[in-house]
Design a protein around this ligand. Structure first.
Ligand SMILES: [Zn+2]
Ligand SMILES: [Zn+2]
Length: 285
C-alpha cells in the first residue's frame, strides 16, 4: 500500500504516504482506521491547525504511549510556525500526558524549509520534504508539502549530443562535468487551502489538492477550491501522473463521481484525476 487516506470536508482529513512513513494531517479517526500501521508513522506534517486536520493527533500520540506497539519509536510533528491552534494542542497534550515515554518532537516550519528524509544529503536520490506557503484564511497560517527527490540530468549544453559523444566526454572529463542536479517533485500535499500556486508544485508527479466543491455554484466565498480550479492548477503546474482530489464536501452523495466526471471531461487534463470519496477509506497500492 502506498497511500491510505480518509477525507471528508469539515469532519476529518489525513493521508498516510507509506514510501516515506509520513502522515499528512491527522484528522479524527486516523489512529483507529490505521490501527497497527499507526506505529509505522515516523513523521507527521500538519498543513494547518483546524480541528478536522489535527484532532486525531491526541489519540495518535496517546496510543504510542500505551498500546502494544513499539513504544520506543520516535515521532516528529512538523507544523506551520506560529500556528495558534497547533501550539495550544501541544500545550494540552503535555499538560494531560505527563509521562510520554518515547521521543516526541515538535518542529515548526515555514515556507522553503526542508526536512531531510533519507539518502546522503546532496547525494543522488536523496529525498526530502520541502514546505511551501499556502493560502487558507486570514488568520490561519498554513503550509503545503512537496516530497522531493534529488536527481541528475545532462547540462543543457550537452543535451543535443549523441549517446556516443556523451559517453566519450563523460570518460574524458568525468560524469560530474556534464550533469547537473535537480529536484523532482514526487508527491505534493496541499491541505485544504485555496488554489495552490502552480509554481510551488511545478512538475510534481502526484498532486493532492483540495476540491471541497465539485460545482462552482456551491462555493459562496473564496475558501477552499473547486475541482475545476484544482485541475487548472495541475495543468499549469505540469502534473505528470495524477491529481488526487481531497476534502470533498458531503453535500455530494453517491453521485460525486458523476459530477466530478463532467468537469474532468470538460477540462480534459493530461493526467489522471482520482476523487477520494467523502467519508470512505481510500487505499492506493
Ligand atoms: Zn481548514
Ligand atoms: Zn479542512
Amino acid at each position: 500500500m502506498k497511500l491510505l487516506s480518509y477525507s471528508k470536508a469539515l469532519y476529518s482529513s489525513w493521508l498516510y504516504y507509506s514510501p516515506d512513513r509520513v502522515l499528512f494531517d491527522a484528522g479524527e479517526s486516523v489512529s483507529s482506521i490505521m490501527g497497527n500501521k499507526s506505529f509505522a508513522v515516523e513523521k507527521v506534517f500538519l498543513s494547518h491547525g483546524h480541528t478536522d486536520h489535527i484532532a486525531g493527533l491526541v489519540s495518535l500520540i496517546n496510543i504510542r504511549n500505551n498500546a502494544m506497539g513499539d513504544k520506543r519509536k520516535p515521532l516528529t510533528i512538523y507544523y506551520p510556525r506560529n500556528n495558534f491552534h497547533v501550539s495550544e494542542l501541544m500545550n494540552y497534550l503535555y499538560k494531560t500526558n505527563s509521562n510520554i515515554n518515547y521521543s516526541l518532537d515538535w518542529i515548526p516550519l515555514q515556507d522553503g524549509d526542508e526536512v531531510h528524509l533519507f539518502g546522503e544529503k546532496g547525494s543522488r536520490s536523496a529525498r526530502s520534504i520541502v514546505a511551501f506557503a499556502t493560502e487558507h484564511s486570514r488568520r490561519e497560517i498554513s503550509l503545503g508539502y512537496n516530497v522531493v527527490e534529488r536527481r541528475e540530468r545532462l547540462k543543457p549544453e550537452f543535451r543535443d549530443k549523441s549517446q556516443e559523444e556523451i559517453r566519450e566526454i563523460a570518460e574524458s572529463r568525468g560524469r560530474g562535468e556534464i550533469t547537473e542536479p535537480y529536484w523532482q517533485n514526487l508527491f505534493t500535499y496541499g491541505g485544504d487551502s485555496v488554489p495552490l500556486n502552480p509554481e510551488a508544485v511545478s512538475g510534481t508527479e502526484v498532486l493532492c489538492h483540495d476540491t471541497t466543491f465539485l460545482k462552482e455554484k456551491d462555493r459562496k466565498q473564496y475558501k477552499h477550491a473547486t475541482i475545476r480550479e484544482a485541475i487548472r492548477v495541475g495543468k499549469e503546474a505540469g502534473v505528470k501522473k495524477k491529481m488526487i482530489c481531497m476534502h470533498v464536501s458531503t453535500r455530494y452523495k453517491d453521485n460525486y463521481r458523476e459530477i466530478a466526471e463532467k468537469v474532468i471531461s470538460e477540462e480534459d487534463p493530461p493526467f489522471d484525476v482520482e476523487v477520494i470519496p467523502p467519508g470512505k477509506i481510500f487505499r492506493e497500492y
